[in-house]
Design a protein around this ligand. Structure first.
Ligand code: AMP
Ligand code: MG
Length: 466
């Protein structure tokens, strides 16, 4: 068999960046789904891919070309700093075409602390569905290469549940928390190596740590505006879940909103609403401030000078975010170019007061703009009259269609796929994966997926993957 062209740029970094760790053996791995299109992009041809079955994607049998490691990182979780987190249940196998291939749920590592290093099947199904749907929606994200069941059970809040392993593909797994790991140890040499590595891998045009900071700020400002324009709530924007490459990473207690309310949260532990829909830009800025702090020693010898440079760079976040946010919502609403900014706030206020479904609102508005019949806006006649004054439907219709999805991964549908999977039935999961590959297209036979949850179907909180 031809060798798989794994590269190991991260494993080539100094030893204190990671720990070598083989995945645990699992009793009875079965492949649930493999992403053939993504495998091709990674340079895996059909023959190679078909040889990489459940034994590979479970971590049971790894070819000699892999170099399994757990990466070190730290992070602020809900505002509190942990100097040592790291891959407690994930193992990086290496890179294909420059992208990380990581097994998630593959057993204990030196970073597992009290955890079992495993994953329940539910979070595997969730991450597969959500990350691939996000990709199809056009949002930068880590991807799903494979999902397997392991044939063993794991103990979680809900009791003993089937276990699984998820294969994640990422531009890299460098996080703000990776930089924090070395900053907490005052390891300036490691920070320099990490900064150079991040620049080489993601921002080759950046000439300095300051330019790296600016590039990450730009990516995160665009990312969070994109999330918000789709009603997406990440749920756990800790600094260890804030990717330097600008991809959405870690689909734990995340969800797309059904009924719009700006203070919606999904994490069962987020009681203060820290990571609510409307707080996401502020929290990204908070995370980027932590990132900037780690780079200060590399930016200038005089601390005051470094702080001034960082502050100037961070001040760019808000205007950049706002530009993306306004331009996305302008497109979603089909407004003409000089429609006042206040109309967006007015719209969101009406949506919240009337408890309107976020996705359906924009979907129905797109249909209305196209001259199709809809009674969706009968409840908000004054708002509709205002909209008509400010909208330019003929010029903007194509854009509205591009920005307003017909299908999003609704939380109750994700839950249905998880519950069926726990019963050994993967048909719901497969159906949703396929339907959500074309979120902006009118499809036949997916009308039921447009429907918001009935009152008894609403999922109010999702749990972390742990
Ligand atoms: P997350 O909430 O997924 O961002 O994970 C936060 C930290 O907890 C990371 O260091 C994970 O590796 C670790 N962790 C989460 N679940 C487990 C588990 N089942 N076993 C060991 N470590 C875990
Ligand atoms: Mg994480």
């Amino acid at each position: 068999m031809t060798p798989i062209p794994f590269q190991h740029s991260y494993a080539a970094l100094p030893e204190r960046f990671f720990a070598s760790q083989k995945p645990a053996q699992v009793p009875n791995p079965e492949l649930i789904r493999v992403n053939k299109e993504l495998a091709q992009d990674l340079g895996l041809d059909d023959e190679t891919l078909s040889s990489l079955g459940a034994h590979f994607f479970s971590g049971n049998e790894l070819p000699a070309e892999t170099m399994p490691i757990a990466q070190a990182y730290a992070g602020h979780q809900f505002g509190g700093f942990s100097p040592q987190l790291g891959d407690g249940r994930a193992i990086l196998l290496g890179e294909l075409n420059g992208r990380d291939i990581q097994l998630k749920g593959s057993g204990r590592t030196p970073f597992s602390r009290g955890g079992d290093g495993k994953s329940a099947l539910g979070p595997v199904i969730r991450e597969y569905l959500l990350s691939e749907a996000m990709y199809a929606l056009g949002v930068p994200t880590t991807r799903a290469l494979a999902a397997v069941s392991t044939g063993e059970t794991v103990l979680r809040q809900e009791g003993e549940v089937p276990g699984g392993v998820f294969t994640r593909v990422a531009a890299s797994h460098l996080r703000v928390g990776t930089f924090q790991f070395f900053a907490a140890r005052q390891d300036k040499e490691a920070l320099q190596i990490l900064s150079d590595y991040a620049i080489r891998r993601h921002f080759p045009e950046a000439q300095s740590p300051l330019e790296l900071l600016k590039a990450v700020i730009t990516k995160q400002a665009a990312l969070v505006a994109h999330w918000m324009s789709l009603g997406f709530i990440h749920g756990v924007m800790n600094t260890d879940n804030c990717s330097v490459s600008g991809e959405t990473i870690d689909y734990g207690p995340c969800a797309f909103m059904d009924t719009f309310h700006p203070q919606t949260v999904f994490s069962s532990i987020d009681r203060g609403g820290r990571y609510s829909w409307e707080n996401q830009a502020m929290m990204a800025h908070w995370n980027l401030t932590r990132f900037a702090e780690t780079l200060l020693p590399l930016m200038a010898t005089e601390p005051e000078e470094a702080v001034a440079m960082a502050e100037q760079a961070l001040a760019e976040f808000k205007p950049q975010f706002k530009k993306h946010y306004l331009s996305r919502f302008r497109c979603k609403l089909g407004l003409h170019a000089d429609a006042p900014e206040e109309f967006l706030d007015q719209t969101l206020g009406v949506m919240a007061n009337e408890k309107l479904d976020f996705t359906l609102f924009f979907r129905e508005l797109t249909r209305h703009a196209a001259g199709e019949a809809t009674n969706f806006f009968d409840r908000v006649p004054t708002w509709l009259a205002d909209w008509k004054q400010l909208a330019a439907p003929t010029e903007t219709l194509a854009k509205m269609r591009q920005e307003n999805p017909i299908l999003i991964p609704r939380n109750h549908q994700v839950e249905a796929a998880i519950q069926a999977a726990y019963q050994g039935d993967f048909s719901v999961f497969h159906r949703l994966t396929e339907a959500w590959q074309h979120p902006y297209e009118e499809q036949h036979g997916t009308e039921d997926l447009e429907r918001p949850p009935l009152p008894d179907e609403v999922v109010t909180a999702t749990f972390c993957g742990t």
